[in-house]
Each structure stands twice: as structure tokens, then as C-alpha cells.
Design a protein around this ligand. Structure first.
Ligand code: C2E
Ligand code: CA
Ligand code: CA
Length: 951
């Protein structure tokens, strides 16, 4: 602001100066602006932005200058008017002054003329004091009137008391004396000796009668007399007023109230006034500016002058510029202030506008680069991108969309180029039905601003996608749509779901699927009050087949079983492989118990048919448990558990049966669980004892060895036979501990008998399949033999056929390791499993124990003898001893002996006996034959009636 004021004070180039300053401000503002802009965005301002900045600055400067130009031209106008006015004023005042002075001097002229006449008429007798007394010369301006004679001596004067003296020395005196003219002379100002005042003398020559010089009349007047005019209204306080004689000496001059004397002039130089106004002189009339250096008060003035026509005087009137300008200056200050304000405001608003425009430009630029980046991203992206414009009916309802823009990928998804694709309608891609569904989604996006979904394209669609993720976002009154081809992902997802829910082996749904399906089916059934039946199917003897023929045969069997199930059931029934050899069938809706049973029977019948396997034809069969919703449970878990229980019951009833769940079944299973727990406890406290059953030499009837058979000495139930707990121990894994216990008890018993000095017989120990495969039987045997110092010749192992089938190499290795200890191995229950003799030969077994069903057949059917004979001869060929189990009759004993069987075992000879009864068996023959080998008799017993050996 201070700068602005300084500018207003300056007379010249103010506006320009201000503009320069403004310009500097602008430059500074621009630098700051640029710096800010640089700071705001790292990349340098673009050329375009720079140019627009410069443009803004130019606009800023132009707008800033505008008020100034207006004001300054206004002021210039006023200045011109002022100049004109001041010159007119000065010259008219000068004119007035000239008239005034002429009149005043005319007065003097007349007075001096009057005195001259009076003087000449009175012949030098005129007394001036008389004239004073008559009232003349009373005006204050008259300082003194005197008359001097031809010598210059003053003869009369208005001074009081009259004074004498000479004026002969004065210039004017000489002038009049030597000049015949009687014209009035106006002398330059001089200091009057008598009054001490500066006076101007008006003098006139006095003539004698002969026209000779007779003296001079002198009228002394104060210079103020000339300038009394000054007090007029048109003259200002510091205006200049002067009357200059033709001699160039001012007669009077004053500035304001102050009068100046020739010694102290108001004008430093007096211009020469000439008629031509030649160079260096002023014209007789005129006006011009005189700069400050002309005046002793250093004030610039416009000076108007006029040379009097009647007298050799020129008047000058100088009007102070400063004083006259004052009334203008105030308004000019106001104008310039206004200009300053408005230009500041304009500049400010332009700067603000520039800033805003800059920001807008930046934003636009950013938006453009974002747009470019976005386009780049969408072009290179994998997603189809589209801009759609709604096409509305007259009532405003959107009926279709037009494709305004898309990326290349977007068109490619429809096997088109972008050019072909643009401008098409959305409806183009859909059948009428699909389009009406699609339109709903698009309308929803239009209303809510956003819509996202996965869409499946029907075969009628022109898209190459089958599945897409569609994102619709409203942008203004258009829609931005992104399509991502998820066909592959969907396929993978479906495949994953399928895999997660499918049993790979059979292709049937698996357990996971079943659980999900059951829960939804149950919900549905609950809502519709419907019934549902769950069939739990377990293949009988699958494990045996799997073990006998290997896993691939097992797998083939399962596949075949699954196929049979599928072909047995209606398409609406749901089959799943539950795991292992277990399948489930859900009948939903179910007709009731009878229908479920019918289905179960069909299943059993289908699975009961022989299976054609790689290892031969085999029959397996299945057991089915049935549970019904809502009667047997209302959750998937409950129904499954109960069907499973029913299935167990069916198995227990004799395989190949179906059983419907009943509460009692649950009870029996519970009992089984109770037994399991009791068995575990029995192992803890050792409630097991061993009984021993002898094996005798068929030839001599003497004891050859003993078989250790375990019994559970139950505190309440007494002696529990092994068939009641061995299978349970096997299925729970307790058999491993139980088996180890039997080995230990056997060794301990042998050691005890040895300690008692009894003759020892080898003891054979039964090893179950689980124990053989997982029980670490080798280590147990080795440890016990070592502990009780029992030699291997005293121990034999009995292993069932099925336990030895399966992984041949592994089993053979285990058997060989045991044999390497020196222990003999026997095949137990031969004839019930799947082994052939050649298989057994490869395993290098020592003893073959033929199952008691073969023994039981002997003597009943003729073929049984042939079969047994074949077994015996083949076993002998393989280097195995043959033991017949279950010999109950003398006839059997006799026949076996005749068939070449090596050893006999059975109730005929002895039931299994407690250890205390064993020593009694050790001496003598346990069976004797008559001399012709026709009869086999127990010592001390009768020959069986009806017993006769076939010849
Ligand atoms: P196994 O190995 O076949 O044992 C012979 C079974 O037949 C014994 O039944 C025995 O009492 C019975 N027996 C013997 N002679 C005759 C006869 O003339 N007629 C009839 N009907 N039966 C006869 P037990 O003691 O009830 O044993 C049954 C099964 O339990 C055994 O069959 C064996 O497989 C298993 N077992 C017994 N003790 C053990 C053991 O310590 N460990 C293992 N793993 N299994 C054992
Ligand atoms: Ca046995
Ligand atoms: Ca046996």
C-alpha cells in the first residue's frame, strides 16, 4: 500500500511505475506458483501449463493496468483542463491587474498633472501643505508629495514638518531635466531617505513659461499601492504578482502577503518583454509555465503577463500550480487509490482464477494421465471393459443399452474387433429370455450404482465365455462394465467340488457328499413330513479277498460292486461309497420299512452273485443295515450310526442278511462296548489263563506237543471261551497285548514244567493275523525265550491261512525271521481260507493243521477221504507234517491213521486241559490201536459201537 501511495505522490510515470511493481509482484507470484506447482507434482510443469501460466500472468498484468489507464487518462484530461484553466485564469487576472494598474497610475498621472498646472499657474508659489490641508493626498498610499525646483532643491512637500533637501542626484531628476517630455515617469523602487520606506516615485517635469525646465514634482507611493489588487478574490495565498518597468526593474512584486523589494526579489530573473516575443524575450501579452527555479520560494507557477498600453509597465500574475492543483489532487488521490484497489482486486482475482484454473488444469491433466493409465491397464488387462449408455423408453424405463466403448479384450470376448463391436445393443448378445434376466441386473446397477455377480452364458449367447464375473458400476448416466472370463476357474471349481464329493475308485459320491446331501434331504423331509430310509451296506469277506488277491483285485471288486448297486437301484435313489467296503443308499422319499427291506434284499441278491476277479470267480455277499427317518433319528449322524449298528447285527446274524435298526441292537452294541472295556481291564489285571490240548502221534498214540488255548477267567462269568473275545480283541487291537501275554505265559509254563523236572513237550501258540502283521511277534518271542531260557525247539506258531496271504514278500520275510530263530511254523485251520498248497510251499511251512470240518466229514462222505488223502500226500510232498484237528471219534482217528495223517488232535484224545492236568498226559500213549489197526481206543475205554473202518 505504501508503494501505491508513493506512486500517487509521483507525478510522472506513476501508472507505469506501478505496473512495473505489479509486474514484479506477478513475477514473484508466478515463481511461487511455479514452485508450489512443482512441489505438488514431481514431474515438471508441462510446456502447455507454462504457457497457460504466462497467459494468465499477461491477463493479470493487463487487468491490473486497466484501472490505472482509465484513471490516468482521466487525470490527464483533468490536467489538461487544469492547464487550460490556470492559463486562462492567469491571463485574465493579468488583464484585470493591468486595467487596475492603469487606472491607479492614471490617478497618479492626473494628480501630478494637476500639481504641474497648479505649480505653473502659481508661478512656483504652490504650497503642497495647503493642498494637504484642503484634503488632498490623504490616501494612505501617498507617502510623500514633493516639488523640487530646477536645481533639484525641494521647495515644497507634504511632509510635516516640511523638510528640505535636494533630489538633484536622482536619476529621474536628470531624466526630466534633460528631456522635454512632460510624461509621467515611474521610477524604480528606492528607499526614501526621509521616511526610510521603500517607495515608488511618480515624477513629472515642471515647465516654466518658456517651456524651460522648471523642476520636478515627485509623488512617492508605497509599492503596495500597485499590488492592492492582490487582495482580490481571484488571487490565491501563494500566487505571485508583479509590475515590471520597461527598464526590466520590478516596481512591485509580492507572493501572497509578502512584498518583495528589488534587493530581495520574488523572481530570480526578470524576463525581457518585447513586442515580437523573440527568443529570450516574452511577448507583450501571454502566459507560460515558469518552473520553480524562477521563483525565490521555489514554487512552480503559471504566469500570465500583459504590458500596459499607457505606461511602460508589464504586469505579471503567477498562479501557484500547487495551490490550484490542491482541489484536483484530492480527487486524483482518490482516483488512484480506487485504481490501486481495483487493480489489486483484479490482480488478486485473476491470481485466484489462475490458481483455480491451474488446479483445474492439473486435475484435468491428472485425470487425463489416470485415464491414459487406466486405458493402458484395461487394454493390457485380461478383463473385458465396456462403457454402456442406457436407452430408455418414453416413460423413462431403460429398455436396452448401447455399447459406447470397450477395450480390445472386451470385443475379443465376443470374437469381434472393437470397431465391429462398438455401437451394438446389449440385447444383441442374448436370447429374449436371457436378456430380460440380464436387463434386471443392469437396471439394478443403474439404480444402486453398483452390481456384481457371476453369470453363466447360455448356449444362445454370442460370447465365447461360459462363465463370467460381471462388475457393473454406474459412472454418471452411463455404466462401466467389467467382464472377467471365469469359465476355466468355474470348471476347475466344479471339478474340485466334484472331486471333493466323489469317490475316485468307484465314481460314486463319497462320504462328504453324503453328509451334505443327508442334511439337506433331512431338512426337506422335515418340511414335507416325508420319510427317508438309509441303507448301510458292508461287503462280507471283502477283507479276505483283498488280502488274498491283492489291492487291485479288491479295487476291481469294489468297482464291480458299485456298478451292481447302481444298476439295482432306481435313478432317484442316492448311492455313496462311505469308505472301505461300505456303501450307503438313501431312499428319499422312502415308502416305508417294507420298501427299504425290498431294496436291501435286491442289493444283497445282486452282491451275492459271484464276482469275476483276476484271481478267479468268487462269491462275497453283503450285509445291510437299515435306519428310517424320523423313527430312528433325525440327524445324519444318528441315522448313520443306527444303520451301522443294524448292519453289524445283520453280520452277527450270519452274513448276507439285512436288518432294520431296533433299540435292542443298540443295546447289544452297547454290551459289546462293555465287553471291550472289560477286556481291556482284564488285560490290565491279567484274568487270562492257558489251557493245553495235546497233539499225538497217529502211529504211536503218544503225546507229541501241546496247543496253548487262551481262556478268560471272568470274575462273574467264569471261564469265557476264546471265540467270545478273540474277534473283539482283534477288532480293537487288544489282541496285540493279549498275544504277547500268551507267549509269555507259555514260556513261563514251559520253564515251570522244566523246573518241576517234567519231560517237556513243544507248545504251539496261536497267532492271529493282526498280531502277526502288527504285533511285533518276532521281538516278543525272542524276548520271552531269552527271559525264560526256552529253546526254540519247544515252541511252534500256528498261523491261519488268511493271516499269511497278501503281501507275500513281507510275510515271507517275517516267517523266515521266525523260522531262523528255530521255531516251527504251522498253518492253522487249513481248508477254510484261500491258500493253495503251492502258496504254502513257497512260505516253507513245517506243519499243516487241517481244519476240523474236513475231519468231521470223514466217514460221512466217500469224497472226503479222497480229498483228505490228496491233502496228506501233497503236504508230505512239500515236506510238511499233517495234523488233523477236531478228531472226535475212534473211526476218524482210525481213518486218519490209515490215510497217513501224522498227528491227531481232538476231543477224542483230550479236551484242552488246565496246566495242572498236563503232566498226567505226558506218560504213555493217549490212544491205542488194536493189533490189526482196525480200532483206535483210548486207554481204558470201550471200542465205539458201530465203528468200523472201511476196507
Ligand atoms: P483253533 O486254533 O482251531 O483251536 C482249536 C479249537 O477247537 C479249540 O477251541 C478247541 O477247544 C477246539 N477243539 C479241539 N478239538 C475239538 C474237537 O474234537 N471237537 C470240537 N468241536 N472242537 C475241538 P477253543 O479253545 O475254543 O479256541 C477257539 C479258537 O480260538 C482257536 O481255534 C483259536 O483260533 C482261537 N484261540 C485260542 N487261543 C488262542 C490264543 O491264545 N491266541 C489266538 N490268537 N487265538 C486263540
Ligand atoms: Ca490252533
Ligand atoms: Ca485250528
Amino acid at each position: 500500500m505504501s508503494q501505491v501511495i508513493v506512486m500517487i505522490r509521483c507525478k510522472e510515470l506513476k501508472a507505469f511505475g506501478y505496473l512495473l511493481t505489479q509486474g514484479r509482484h506477478c513475477m514473484r507470484a508466478y515463481t511461487i506458483f511455479r514452485r508450489l506447482a512443482n512441489k505438488a507434482s514431481r514431474p515438471a510443469l508441462s510446456r502447455r501449463t507454462l504457457l497457460s501460466c504466462l497467459l494468465w500472468l499477461a491477463v493479470c498484468a493487463a487487468l491490473g493496468a486497466l484501472p490505472w489507464i482509465a484513471v490516468e487518462s482521466m487525470i490527464a484530461n483533468e490536467q489538461r483542463a487544469f492547464d487550460k484553466a490556470i492559463s486562462t485564469d492567469a491571463m485574465s487576472i493579468a488583464g484585470g491587474y493591468a486595467q487596475y494598474l492603469t487606472r491607479s497610475i492614471e490617478q497618479m498621472d492626473q494628480v501630478t498633472m494637476h500639481i504641474k498646472f497648479d505649480w505653473e499657474k502659481s508661478h512656483g508659489m504652490l504650497r503642497l501643505d495647503d493642498l494637504v490641508a484642503r484634503g488632498l493626498f490623504t490616501a494612505p498610499q501617498f507617502v510623500l508629495v514633493s516639488i523640487a525646483d530646477r536645481t533639484g532643491r525641494i521647495v515644497t512637500t507634504t511632509a510635516h514638518p516640511e523638510q528640505s533637501g535636494s533630489i538633484a542626484g536622482h536619476l529621474y531628476f536628470q531624466l526630466h531635466k534633460n528631456n522635454i517630455s512632460s510624461a509621467l515617469h515611474i521610477a524604480p523602487p528606492e528607499v526614501d531617505n526621509l521616511s526610510g520606506k521603500t517607495v515608488i516615485r511618480f515624477t513629472r517635469r515642471l515647465d516654466a513659461n518658456d517651456d524651460k525646465f522648471d523642476g520636478v514634482v515627485v509623488l512617492s507611493v508605497e509599492p503596495e499601492y500597485f499590488s492592492a489588487f492582490y487582495d482580490g478574490p481571484s488571487v490565491g495565498n501563494i500566487d505571485f504578482l508583479a509590475a515590471v518597468g520597461a527598464d526590466g526593474i520590478p516596481r512591485s512584486s509580492r507572493i501572497g502577503a509578502r512584498s518583495y523589494t528589488p534587493t530581495m526579489p520574488a523572481l530570480r530573473r526578470i524576463p525581457a518583454f518585447g513586442r515580437q516575443g523573440a527568443a529570450g524575450t516574452f511577448a507583450l501579452n501571454g502566459g507560460r509555465w515558469l518552473d520553480a527555479e524562477w521563483f525565490t520560494d521555489n514554487e512552480r507557477r503559471f504566469v500570465g503577463w500583459q504590458t500596459l498600453t499607457a505606461y511602460p509597465l508589464t504586469v505579471m500574475v503567477g498562479l501557484s500550480e500547487r495551490e490550484r492543483l490542491l482541489r484536483y489532487a484530492q480527487s486524483w488521490i482518490t482516483y488512484r487509490r480506487l485504481a490501486a484497489w481495483s487493480s489489486a482486486m483484479l490482480v488478486m482475482s485473476v491470481l485466484v482464477a489462475a490458481f483455480m484454473a491451474g488446479r483445474l488444469a492439473r486435475k484435468k491433466q491428472q485425470a487425463r494421465s489416470v485415464q491414459a493409465a487406466y486405458r493402458l491397464a484395461t487394454e493390457s488387462g485380461d478383463e473385458g471393459f465396456y462403457m454402456l449408455h442406457p436407452l430408455a423408453a418414453e416413460d423413462g424405463l431403460i429398455m436396452d443399452f448401447e455399447i459406447m466403448d470397450c477395450n480390445a479384450r472386451g470385443a475379443a470376448l465376443f470374437d469381434m474387433t472393437k470397431a465391429e463391436f462398438l455401437g451394438r445393443r446389449l440385447s444383441w448378445n442374448y436370447s429374449a429370455d436371457d436378456f430380460s434376466r440380464t436387463l434386471v441386473a443392469y437396471r439394478r446397477a443403474m439404480a444402486s450404482g453398483r452390481y456384481e455377480e457371476e453369470v453363466q452364458y447360455s448356449s444362445g449367447s454370442r460370447s465365447r465365455m461360459k462363465w463370467a464375473r460381471r462388475k457393473i458400476v454406474r459412472s454418471g448416466d452411463a455404466l462401466a462394465v467389467t467382464l472377467c472370463d471365469i469359465t476355466e476357474a468355474k470348471a476347475q471349481e466344479r471339478e474340485l467340488i466334484r472331486l471333493a464329493n466323489t469317490d475316485e475308485l468307484t465314481g460314486l459320491p463319497n462320504r462328504a457328499w453324503l453328509m451334505k446331501f443327508l442334511s439337506t434331504a433331512l431338512e426337506q423331509a422335515a418340511q414335507t413330513d416325508g420319510a427317508l430310509a438309509l441303507l448301510f451296506i458292508d461287503l462280507d469277506r471283502f477283507k479276505e479277498v483283498n488280502d488274498a488277491f491283492g489291492h487291485s483285485a479288491g479295487d476291481a471288486l469294489l468297482r464291480e460292486a458299485a456298478q451292481r448297486l447302481q444298476s439295482t437301484l432306481r435313478p432317484a435313489d442316492h448311492i455313496a461309497r462311505f469308505g472301505g467296503d461300505e456303501f450307503t443308499v438313501v431312499l428319499h422319499p422312502a415308502g416305508g420299512e417294507s420298501e427299504a427291506v425290498r431294496v436291501a434284499e435286491r442289493i444283497i441278491q445282486a452282491l451275492g452273485q459271484p464276482f469275476q476277479l483276476a484271481g478267479g470267480i468268487d462269491q462275497i455277499g453283503a450285509s445291510v443295515g437299515i435306519s428310517l427317518y424320523p423313527r430312528d433319528g433325525d440327524t445324519a449322524e444318528a441315522l448313520l450310526k443306527n444303520a451301522d449298528i443294524a448292519m453289524y447285527a445283520a453280520k452277527a446274524e450270519g452274513k448276507g442278511a439285512c436288518c432294520i435298526y431296533r433299540q435292542e441292537l443298540y443295546e447289544s452294541i452297547k454290551a459289546r462296548v462293555g465287553i471291550e472295556r472289560a477286556l481291556a481291564e482284564a488285560l490290565e489285571v491279567d484274568q487270562f489263563i492257558l489251557h493245553y490240548q495235546p497233539r499225538i502221534d497217529a502211529a504211536t498214540g503218544k503225546l507229541l506237543s501241546l496247543e496253548a488255548l487262551v481262556r478268560w477267567h471272568h470274575p462273574q462269568r467264569g471261564i469265557v471261551p476264546p471265540m467270545e473275545f478273540i474277534p473283539l480283541a482283534e477288532s480293537t487291537g487288544l489282541i496285540v497285548r493279549l498275544g504277547a501275554l500268551v507267549v509269555e505265559k507259555t514260556c513261563r509254563q514251559l520253564a515251570q514244567w522244566r523246573a518241576q523236572g517234567l519231560p517237556l513237550a513243544p507248545v504251539s501258540i496261536n497267532v492271529s493275523a493282526v498280531q502277526f502283521h502288527h504285533g511285533g511277534i518276532y521281538d516278543v518271542l525272542a524276548a520271552c525265550m531269552e527271559r525264560f531260557r526256552i529253546g526254540p525247539e519247544w515252541i511252534e506258531l500256528e498261523i491261519t491261512e488268511s493271516a499269511m496271504l497278501g503281501d507275500h514278500a513281507g510275510i515271507a520275510g517275517k516267517l523266515a525271521a521266525i523260522q531262523a530263530l528255530g521255531i516251527k511254523l504251522a498253518v492253522d485251520d487249513f481248508g477254510t481260507g484261500y491258500s493253495s498248497l503251492s502258496q504254502l510251499q513257497r512260505l516253507d511251512m513245517d506243519v499243516l493243521k487241517v481244519d476240523r470240518i474236513f475231519t468231521a466229514e470223514l466217514g460221512k462222505k466217500a469224497e472226503s477221504i479222497v480229498l483228505f488223502k490228496a491233502i496228506v500226500s501233497m503236504a508230505h510232498a512239500l515236506g510238511m507234517r499233517v495234523v488233523a484237528e477236531g478228531v472226535e471219534t475212534q473211526q476218524q482217528a482210525h481213518l486218519l491213521r490209515a490215510l497217513g495223517c501224522d498227528e491227531l488232535q481232538g476231543y477224542l484224545i483230550s479236551r484242552p486241559v488246565p496246566p495242572g492236568a498236563v503232566p498226567a498226559l505226558m506218560h504213555g500213549a493217549l490212544l491205542v490201536f488194536d493189533a490189526g489197526s482196525r480200532y483206535a481206543i483210548l486207554p481204558g475205554s470201550e471200542i465205539e459201537t458201530g465203528y468200523a473202518l472201511a476196507e
